[in-house]
Design a protein around this ligand. Sequence first.
Ligand code: BGC
Length: 358
Amino acid sequence: MKAIAVIPGKPNTTHMQDAPDPAPGPGEALVRVLRTGLCGTDGEINAGLYGQAPAGSEYLILGHENFGVVESVGSEVKGIKPGDYVVASVRRPCAECFNCLHGRADLCTSGKYTERGIKGRHGYMAERYAEAAEFLFKIDKGIREIGVLLEPMTIVEKGAAEAIEIQKRLPAKPRTALVFGAGPVGLLAAAALRVRDLDTVVMSKESDTDARAQIAQAMGCRYVSTANSPLDDLGKQMPAPDIVLECTGSSAVAFLAMRMLAAGGILCLLSVTGGDKTELVPAAEINRDLVLRNNVVFGSVNASPAHYRLAVRALKAAQKKWPGTLARLITTRLPWTEFEKWFGREVTGIKTTLEIGS
Ligand code: BGC
């Protein structure tokens, strides 16, 4: 079969190649890939900054945001049948840490986890893949158009759900939220918060008339463009929020976000910032305020099976509340043979998908 692969560690080596057809075992389903989403992680792997090939392979098949249809199932597979739309999760457990052994590979402590399309395991930019049923999540027909957004939705669902869980330490429930960044992750974060009825502001660098601002507003968020405000003034634009989700990919914004929290507020950091940028920050002031305001700052990566199920629910709720709005995140659908256009930055927009099957 055809696949899009990369030589990890070598910049700009993404290419199409032949790869062995998957051979599903009795506990696995064979899935035909319909599309994959492209995200910053794919860009970083292509730039040679991230990513790892499976043991014994020179190349890594890319792709972790996925959407496909089951073609056949092994004799031991239950709960999934040919014709079902599915999304496969990304991370697979290590064989030694307590969290992985208890179904929480997203909280792996050994660092020996693998991730399909990212670290040590082939991904989904291929005509087909085989996967155990436990790693597959069914997508109803009503949300199949946005099924490819499920994986990034799991990331923000984990962040939002954990923030709310941690805040059970307080007598008062969180009411207000701020999302930094209006890329796909930021807008999905806004959806996750609005589905939970939080009063939500989205702050991002694009102007008020940008499609991103319109999508945020369509979901009932207030949009604040940071284009014309000095960063230090942003706190004056809104009451201090109870929950902040940082989705910009900028470490500077992560520290700015710490300074915007309400007393008792919580900040969830969701950006895997590449590189080794150094920032000058007012450390004493930040530390003092975090202490005096009883704030929490935590990082969150990947997602558990429970977050996949929450994300399916959130996509359905969002589709019902704001029909067609999340579909507007997918601004470019490229035939997969034209993958170079995205890696070469010829296409811009919010989310680009590679259309693999029909
Ligand atoms: C993916 C996560 C993954 C993380 C770190 C993100 O782009 O969405 O599933 O855990 O990268 O590799």
